[in-house]
Design a protein around this ligand. Structure first.
Ligand code: 9YT
Length: 132
């Protein structure tokens, strides 16, 4: 069994920060669960365009409020504590945080660890080192 706390992760390389967000990566590929699990803070007043072309992501809001816009259709969904959105079609989207938001994020396939957005708003696929 894996037991880990947020406090153990804070300040380590499992904490990845960008201008608009900070992601604490509780479970990663090496944990061999088939998904990664993140506790992510979205900074208040920011808008972030993302397009996870290599991953499916589900995002569950546990604090704060904002909205997510689907770029292809222009649909806008309010996001509040208790709302989940799932990017089941690798949807290009914009997340806007009215207040600081805290999100529980799951990625499939799991992130390896250090990924941050590239210029297209995606995380690169990091290949596993071959085992000999
Ligand atoms: C909500 C969202 O997608 N924010 C970007 C960070 C990402 N979810 C992560 O790596 O935790």
């Amino acid at each position: 069994m894996i037991v880990r706390t947020l406090q153990e992760i804070e300040g380590t390389d499992r904490e990845v920060s960008a201008d608009n967000w900070m992601s604490r990566r509780l479970l990663l590929r090496d944990d061999k669960m088939g998904f990664s699990l993140h506790d992510t803070i979205i900074r208040a007043g920011t808008s972030t365009e993302m397009h996870y072309q290599n991953h499916l992501e589900a995002v569950y809001c546990i604090h704060g409020k904002g909205k997510v816009t689907v770029v292809s259709t222009g649909e806008v969904f309010p996001i509040r504590r208790g709302t989940v959105y799932a990017l089941d079609e690798n949807d290009k989207h914009v997340l806007t945080a009215e207040t600081t938001m805290r999100m529980v994020c799951v990625f499939n396939p799991p992130l390896a660890g250090p990924e941050s957005h590239d210029e297209s708003g995606a995380y690169p696929r990091i290949e596993e080192a071959p085992t000999t």
